[in-house]
Design a protein around this ligand. Sequence first.
Ligand code: DAH
Length: 342
Amino acid sequence: MLKEKLEEVRGRAVAAIREAQTSQSLYDVKVQFLGKQGQFSALMKEMGKLTPEERPVFGQLANEAKNTIEQAYLEREQALKTAELGAKLVEEALDLTLPGPTMPPLGAQHPIALVIDEIIAILSRLGYSVRTGPLIEQDRYNFEALNIPKDHPARDMQDTFYVDERHVLRTHTSPIQAHVLETERPPLRIIGVGPVFRCDSDVSHSPNFHQIEGMYVDTKVSMADLKGTITYFVKEFFGKSLKTRFRPSFFPFTEPSAEVDCQCPLCAGKGCAMCKQSGWVEIGGSGLINPNVLRHAGVEYPRWQGFAFGFGIERMGIIKYGIEHIGLYNQNDVRFLRQFSI
Ligand code: DAH
């Protein structure tokens, strides 16, 4: 009798285990059969009714039945765990390639910043490092230290905004040269970069614009060094081997001085609207540093000599990208700015 009951409990337990659909219901089934108050334990309590000969036989059968139930439980538990984990993974799956719901519109670097970064990158490869200076500059750095004394006609070359008797909005980045010569010891390879101001405004002039200045000071420096540096720079900046040409010019802080032209990058020297059909565009001024500038800063000449150059950033961008009007830089027109996104 008890044996049949045992068989029946085993059959129901195994069936219930196989039918359990969740870990929780499986656990409930286990308690229902194998728990202290469970049906299997109840059977065991009935063992007392058996004869001493029957007991060990039944005991063995009961053990086997219990093992079968436990085995079925373990198998089902494993299967449910795997299924539940699989379901969880599917449910919580995250597709990292999906665009976010509020993707911010990507901006673009302003062309002025783009040109500045690129010039700095090129000249750093030649060992130059960046210096800055004040925008409100003392008259003596903007002019005097650069060999432009008071009442010198060269002051007329630059329409100056005066802040007071002794201060101006710097009209060029060249005063950065004067600061560096005064505070650092040669040999020097520096770039000065930033905004400059002039009382001037028309299609090709803006009252505030940007310049980049290079200064090289070492022993035995010649125009050949200057020309080599600028030719390399032009090739790297415009991405083509364009010829450079030096036209004699005058700047009080350099002697000799030269204006630098390069072949028009837009037409590669053939002639177009940008270069007014000449095939050449002007990119800036340059020259060997005037000994007066070195001596003024306490740098021993001719032991130390140098060259310097200065380019207009807006102009470099106009030539490189074919920008038609200097005003476009400041109009904040997204259709213009977007063209420079990477
Ligand atoms: N400072 C000059 C200007 O603003 C540009 C310039 C010319 C800078 C010759 C230089 C230089 O360093 O050597 O027009």
